[in-house]
Design a protein around this ligand. Sequence first.
Ligand SMILES: NC(=O)c1ccc[n+]([C@@H]2O[C@H](COP(=O)([O-])OP(=O)(O)OC[C@H]3O[C@@H](n4cnc5c(N)ncnc54)[C@H](O)[C@@H]3O)[C@@H](O)[C@H]2O)c1
Ligand SMILES: [Zn+2]
Ligand SMILES: [Zn+2]
Length: 395
Amino acid sequence: MKAVAWHGTHDVRVDTVPDPAIERPTDAIIRVTSSGICGSDLHLYEVLGPFIDAGDILGHEPMGVVEAVGAEVEHIKPGDRVVIPFNISCGHCHMCSKGLQSQCETTQGHDQGTGASLLGYTKLYGQVPGGQAELLRVPQAHYGPIKVPEGPPDDRFVYLSDVLPTAWQAVEYADVPEGETVLVLGLGPIGEMCTRIAQHRGAGRVLAVDLVPERLQRAHAHGVETLDLESYDGELPAAVRDMTDGRGPISVIDAVGMEAHGAPVGRLAHRLGGLLPAAVARQVIEKAGIDRLSALHAAIELVQRGGTISLSGVYGGAISPMPLIQMFDKQITMRMGQANVKRWIDDLLPLVTDESDPLGVEDFATHRVPLDEAPHAYEIFQKKQDGAFKVLLQP
Ligand SMILES: NC(=O)c1ccc[n+]([C@@H]2O[C@H](COP(=O)([O-])OP(=O)(O)OC[C@H]3O[C@@H](n4cnc5c(N)ncnc54)[C@H](O)[C@@H]3O)[C@@H](O)[C@H]2O)c1
Ligand SMILES: [Zn+2]
Ligand SMILES: [Zn+2]
């Protein structure tokens, strides 16, 4: 089959590899029909190379049609249309029973000390072959796959794998009191979906910050009060306070993560991560700060005293410096983590099947391209060229 594989920093290729097969009774094989490229894939494209091997198959946002199931997989059968959650969870361990599927004890990376395995996401998370491919082996398929109805286009359902539950959890963790104000940093797919879900769930005002003109326009078009980072030059906190009775928003969501714009020191560390031999670079990344912290530090500066910060952007450094004095003094609550995908599906399914499309999923993608165009798609998504906002690969 054809699959999108990592070959180095800024180097993904479409390789021909052996078809996957059922290996365990809890596996399924699906034929992929749509597979998203995510901001998290850009971390691999740029920073986390030392944790991935050349030839590893990328992708964690797939949906498709079931081809085969193992003996213990009962809720789906060949021919069913399914979406596959990005985290691989068993559904019956202590963590899964608490709705913490991203911490699944059955699939945790015990050797790495990390949470649940993820599709297509490095040795830190199980080195499981990903879903930007014609076929995918789905582990823990007795639990993970989400059955969706026939008929509507893939765009209706594919974001159940990641974007929708991630944004839903980000808004949930932001704990926005009814009618009050939330500010979202970053208007990539995750940030924009956070603004839509916050509006849907009754936030009074939704503010958002980015620096890509088309992304600001998209959000503005659905009623978000947008701020262009580039036009404030250090004055963003003052501008936000002016818009919010001098106090700042009660909740802030960081939907940017470790590659934030405007952090020169971190950028150097990132480049080093790409140049050093993998074993040395892994040490640098694990033991030092690789995060570009400008968005996270802005969140701490912007949030109202006593308010909540919800982090869905991914960070990875072990000693990334944090302004603890300010966090303590402002009495900030912070929640974070990978999305517990299955936990939010019952909330989300009614919204994606609603004909009025309340979260705007049908028009969400900007590019739908064949697998062969993946290298170009990664490049334009990373460089934010050609209006690339959300790319769906369609094998
Ligand atoms: N927690 C989870 O389960 C989960 C799931 C999916 C994605 N993520 C993470 O969410 C983040 C966003 O993902 P995405 O797909 O939307 O990616 P993306 O890269 O398209 O979006 C990031 C956006 O942030 C903007 N930005 C950069 N620096 C900024 C700054 N200093 N202030 C404000 N905006 C800034 C960029 O212009 C871009 O539009 C990534 O870190 C990704 O890894 C987390
Ligand atoms: Zn993703
Ligand atoms: Zn589990």
